[in-house]
Design a protein around this ligand. Structure first.
Ligand SMILES: Cc1cc2nc3c(=O)[nH]c(=O)nc-3n(C[C@H](O)[C@H](O)[C@H](O)COP(=O)(O)O)c2cc1C
Length: 206
């Protein structure tokens, strides 16, 4: 089996972490690096990751996260937040993201125009904008989870939380929001069996 498929088989939503076992910092930083180099729509990288290490903050978050033990017991807790205001069309941030491609000024302006057209119906609605930036986070999340599995590090993606409560606890800047979380660490219990639809149920050829 390829290393990638082995990692896919190793990964499961780990519910019970060994609170005594820490991920070596170098490995954790390599997981963050995998998130950093993940792709995003138009290359806008709207994600802003918060690594929560403070035990008191973890405790406060746990109650806003359906009291899930992973929040306090995992080795590293990553909260994927997004900067929604930065990626609105016509912001200096967006221009910089296009300019860094080293394109001539006219090409940057053309990109800005295409981006504005694309984003107009999305940015007209705060929830749609939050959902669009959150979608980008899930790409980084998936890459980070699978890469972590290659290091035999377990993960649990977490959507089970009260978004407003978590945002209040984190005291996020205006225009920022929480997309998803991920707990990283080491399993205490045997892996659960992967239950999945089969390919016939999932894929249709036309
Ligand atoms: C985006 C996302 C959010 C999830 N949120 C939670 C969560 O809050 N708590 C939890 O225990 N599992 C959570 N899960 C785990 C799923 O329930 C799990 O991935 C699914 O049942 C398949 O099981 P497996 O990952 O162990 O193969 C989440 C999974 C994803 C992809």
């Amino acid at each position: 089996m390829s290393e990638f498929l082995e990692a896919m088989a190793f990964r499961h939503a780990c519910k019970v972490f060994d609170a005594e076992k820490q991920i070596p910092n170098e490995q954790f930083e390599s997981i963050l690096e995998v998130g950093r180099i993940s792709p995003s729509s138009f290359g806008m990288e709207p994600w802003r990751l918060i690594v929560v290490r403070n035990p008191n903050l973890r405790k406060a978050l746990k109650s806003a996260c359906w009291n899930q033990n992973q929040i306090t017991e995992c080795s590293e807790l990553v909260i994927f937040t997004t900067d929604n205001d930065a990626v609105r069309s016509d912001t200096p941030y967006v221009r910089t993201m296009f300019e860094r491609r080293g394109l001539p000024a006219e090409a940057v302006d053309a990109y800005m125009g295409v981006y504005k057209n694309y984003l107009a119906p999305i940015e007209a609605d705060e929830v749609l904008l939050e959902n669009w930036t959150a979608k980008q986070c899930y790409i980084a999340l998936a890459n980070m989870m699978t890469y972590a599995a290659t290091l035999k590090i377990d993960t649990c993606p977490i959507e089970g939380f009260d978004k407003e409560e978590v945002e209040a606890i984190l005291d996020l800047e205006y225009g920022h929001s929480v997309a998803v979380m991920c707990a990283f660490g080491y399993r205490l219990k045997a892996q659960s069996e992967q239950k999945r639809l089969d390919l016939k149920q999932m894929v249709e050829y036309r």
